[in-house]
Design a binder for this molecule. Structure first.
Ligand code: FE2
Ligand code: FE2
Length: 203
């Protein structure tokens, strides 16, 4: 995985760290966590396809996102394999309060470019928060194999976070990206404060 560029690193900064109780709750609900995680990966793949479809005239987007679709689908399959190993089934998709609430912040009107920017920044944010949560799991679970499992996801999602930011900066003036990113970070921090700490959800 490519290391984060200094630009991307400078603006990662989630404003509110995850409640330390979350990983202990997650450890008690591993089956739920794995199912929720699997669906998160599936949604990531679908969203990359959607962004690619809506921006097929932007070569950099097509080129960058086509392989990420494969990666996210590969992640989905890795989690499926982990579920199977544990005698668990995928189960039904859960209501995703975190993502649904983030969607309310994304611009519905405005120009195509504004919606494009918000789509990319929302994805960057979900990757950043996922990365943080996977880090917690990689450090806080007892099972050494699962710790390694989540370490790999953490690294991969950090790379995706950087890619979405860089993609935004390729098409939109950097100042505008930074300004809107700050707004997203503030919105997400307020949302995290409001959502209950649940051990059965990745977010
Ligand atoms: Fe992923
Ligand atoms: Fe990702």
């Amino acid at each position: 995985m490519e290391p984060l560029s200094s630009d991307a690193r400078a603006i990662l900064g989630l404003e509110l760290p995850t409640d330390p109780r979350w990983v202990d709750l997650a450890a008690l609900s591993l089956a739920e966590i794995l199912t929720d995680h699997a669906w998160c990966e599936q949604k990531a793949a679908i969203t990359c396809i959607t962004i690619l479809q809506r921006n097929s005239d932007r070569a950099a987007v097509v080129e960058a996102l086509a392989p990420i679709v494969t990666e996210e689908w590969g992640h989905f399959r890795l989690v499926l394999a982990e579920l199977k190993k544990r005698g668990l089934q995928l189960g039904r998709q859960r209501k995703d309060d975190y993502v649904n609430r983030l969607l309310t912040f994304a611009q519905k009107g405005g120009s195509h470019d504004d919606r494009f920017l918000d789509h990319l920044l929302m994805m960057a944010l979900i990757e950043a928060r996922s990365c943080e949560r996977f880090k917690r799991l990689s450090e806080g679970l007892d099972d050494p194999q699962l710790r390694k499992f989540y370490r790999r996801f953490m690294e991969s999602e950090a790379g995706h976070y950087a890619l979405f930011i860089e993609l935004a900066e390729t098409h939109v003036p950097k100042e505008k990206v930074r300004e809107r990113w700050g707004e997203w970070l503030a919105f997400e921090a307020a949302l995290m404060k409001e959502l209950p700490v649940r051990g059965d959800r990745i977010h």
